[in-house]
Write a protein that binds this ligand. Structure first.
Ligand code: FES
Ligand SMILES: [Fe+2]
Length: 372
């Protein structure tokens, strides 16, 4: 059910400061993440190859980690380089290593065949490094399958009902606005939606100067969703009737919202997010206010989605029904399923008896992958 050959967000870089040993299950594999003395992030299988004790209970030594049960020491590639009291170390002894890329405060991990990991495939979000965009990056844990969260983010109509008093503003949003464009992409979709001449929704109103709180706005949302579960929402609020749809940006305020859904297991998800604004200048309280509003909104989603997961678990024969507003999410699920099927078929072909491998063979576990 998982797409293995894909980059996933494993952590924010701030989660690894001060020598932290971070255990995190990703795609049902236990992973240990840490930053070595060299400054590079290391990701290793979080299970000592000797007796299976988690390595996150061990001790970091430079870029290496020592299991604190019987003292086996592993380097940043996962290779065992010391066995206390034993001279000879079998050359293949070690734990799995995962390719890692650290970019724009995001730690990316590759869970599939290391020979196929290409950092050029990582989606670029310039707003994550542009000092004009400010925000507070954060994390939430969900007891739900990541695709249910993807579904939720794929349809802005839910803003109207789930988030009426927080992020949405009114139920009217679901009735009077429609996506003006749905673009089907090979790895996801892009939708655009306008809501004209409406009161600013509560989260935005809170950060507006007093003189502007009652003024109507034109709201534009452009949402993009990418495989395996990366969401990018570009929101703009402009003075109502100012012609922002024709490119006039005067008086506009913008938000860039990046969210990463990384499966922990088939029924739980790591949800990383940051809600950036381009207008706070030196007033960081705007970021703080938005951060709180967003958490309030996300808890509304989480409440429903975790309940939905329980209902789906109770009766696996239940089939969900699609309505017109589900076009984008249906396309995403179809695209995703196709990619998983292609990956399975390629794996099966590579493993077929008598088959000459068409891909670069997977290296021994301790040599697999490198930090980029
Ligand atoms: S379990 Fe790790 S050294 Fe024995
Ligand atoms: Fe939501």
């Amino acid at each position: 059910m998982f797409l293995k050959n894909s980059w996933y967000m494993a952590a924010w870089d701030h989660e690894l400061i001060d020598g932290k040993m971070l255990p995190r299950t990703i795609l049902e594999e236990p992973v240990l993440l840490y930053k070595g003395d060299s400054g590079k992030v290391v990701a290793l299988e979080d299970r000592c190859c000797h007796r299976g004790v988690p390595l996150h209970l061990g001790r970091r030594e430079g870029d290496c980690v020592r299991c604190m049960y019987h003292g086996l020491k592993f380097d940043a590639t996962g290779k065992c380089i010391q066995i206390p009291g034993q001279e000879v170390i079998p050359p293949k002894l070690g734990v799995k290593n995962y390719p890692i890329v650290e970019r724009d405060h995001v730690v990316w991990i590759w869970m599939g065949d290391p020979a196929k990991a290409d950092p050029a495939d990582i989606i670029d979000f310039p707003c994550l490094r542009d000092p004009q965009w400010k925000g507070v990056p954060d994390y939430l844990h969900y007891d739900a399958n990541w695709l249910l969260i993807v579904d939720n983010l794929s349809d802005f109509a839910h803003l109207a009902f789930v988030h009426t008093n927080t992020l949405g503003g009114s139920e009217e949003y679901a009735y009077v606005t429609k996506p003006v464009a749905i673009e089907r992409l090979p790895n996801g979709f892009r939708v655009e939606r306008w809501h004209k001449d409406a009161a600013p929704p509560p989260f935005h109103r809170k950060v507006l100067p007093a003189a502007e709180k009652e003024r109507h706005v034109d709201r534009r949302n452009i949402g993009s969703m990418f495989v395996p579960g990366i969401f990018f929402l570009q929101t703009m609020f402009s003075p109502a009737g100012s012609g922002s749809e024709n490119g006039n940006r005067e008086g506009s305020r913008q938000y860039s919202n990046v969210q990463f859904m990384t499966p922990e297991t088939r029924s739980s998800t790591h949800f990383f997010w940051t809600y950036l604004n381009d207008f706070e200048g030196d007033d960081h309280n705007i970021s703080r206010s938005l951060h709180q509003s967003l958490i309030e909104g996300f808890m509304e989603d989480k409440h429903l989605i975790e309940a939905q997961q329980k209902v789906l678990d109770a009766d696996p024969s239940f089939k969900m029904l699609a309505v017109a507003a589900d076009a984008a999410l249906s396309h995403f699920r179809w695209t995703f399923d196709k990619m998983v099927a292609a990956e399975r078929a390629a794996d099966a072909a590579d493993k077929a008896p008598g088959k000459i491998a068409t891909t670069i063979p997977i290296k021994a576990p301790h040599q697999a992958g490198q930090n980029a």
